[in-house]
Design a protein around this ligand. Structure first.
Ligand code: ZN
Length: 272
């Protein structure tokens, strides 16, 4: 498990050994964003991927990476306007996500339509995600980090956990046996990348893509009534500026990338 020869371990202190293992493991992740050919973004609501990773999506599309989105909920609760009914808002938000996807060049949008704010971890949703992964066959899944300390939104925690579970189980032949009867084959996802993570280990330079990202975010008009879009974009710009400092560029988007094997019994996963 350690990837460090046993003889070497015997000569190291705990701190040295731990750091050496983490370093080796971190290096094994490499430059995954440049290696992947197909990416599936599994998001809680319409807009999450665009806000957290829109620059990275635009950059990947420029480099020929195939990118699709799965949106778990219908987004029908995202308003403080009492005259905007949930069903209408869900329809509006779907249109906004379609427009943002066109701006970023996203290939395909898949909607699972669970009710906003009421989504929970369940095997039914996991099965649907496994089937989607087997159909789409991504090298990497991008999703929200469900282990962000103090994250209280159930749609976010449930989506992150189910995306991780589905990424892990999609290679197991006896999981979702109906998939095989439907002509789908098991698929091994190589990596998972979490955004809104407390422990990012990968930073993507999105300096050239700030403008297109902001255009995509601005397409989600229902989420930013009146002047609030300007304020929101300022906050996001400052966030990307801060992350850019980690790699010496103007603007960056951070991710916690893990090999799928690290999603189970990996005591180093937090520090990789
Ligand atoms: Zn969200």
């Amino acid at each position: 498990m350690s990837l460090i020869p046993y003889e070497v371990l015997e000569k190291l202190s705990w701190d040295e050994a731990y750091d050496a293992i983490v370093e080796v493991r971190r290096r094994s992740i490499g430059d995954v964003f440049r290696e992947v050919k197909r990416v599936l973004c599994i998001q809680p609501h319409p807009d999450d991927t665009d806000i957290a990773a829109g620059g990275t999506i635009a950059w990947m599309r420029d480099n020929g990476v195939e990118v699709s989105y799965v949106t778990m909920t219908d987004g029908c609760m995202g308003t403080s306007d009492p005259t905007l009914y949930p069903e209408k808002l869900a329809e509006v938000r779907r249109g906004e996500q379609e427009e943002a996807a066109r701006i970023l060049g996203v290939d395909k949008l898949i909607w699972l339509d669970y009710r906003d704010s009421e989504f929970r971890v369940c095997s039914e949703a996991r099965s649907r995600l496994i089937s989607i992964i087997r159909r789409f066959k991504p090298d990497m899944v991008i999703t929200v980090d469900p282990w962000l300390p103090y994250e209280a939104h159930p749609d976010h925690t449930a989506t992150g956990i189910l995306a991780a579970e589905a990424s892990m189980f999609s290679s197991l032949v006896h999981v979702n046996p109906q998939d095989l009867r439907d002509g789908l084959t098991p698929h091994r996802v190589r990596f998972i990348a979490f955004y809104w993570s407390r422990k990012p280990n990968t930073f993507i330079d999105v300096t050239r893509y700030v403008e297109v990202k902001f255009k995509a975010i601005s397409a989600h008009r229902s989420q930013f009534p009146g002047e609030s879009i300007d304020r929101f974009l300022e906050v996001i710009k400052a966030y990307m500026k801060l992350m850019g400092k980690r790699i010496g560029v103007d603007y960056a988007e951070p991710f916690k990338v893990l090999p799928i094997g690290s999603l189970h019994c990996d005591i180093f996963a937090e520090d990789i």
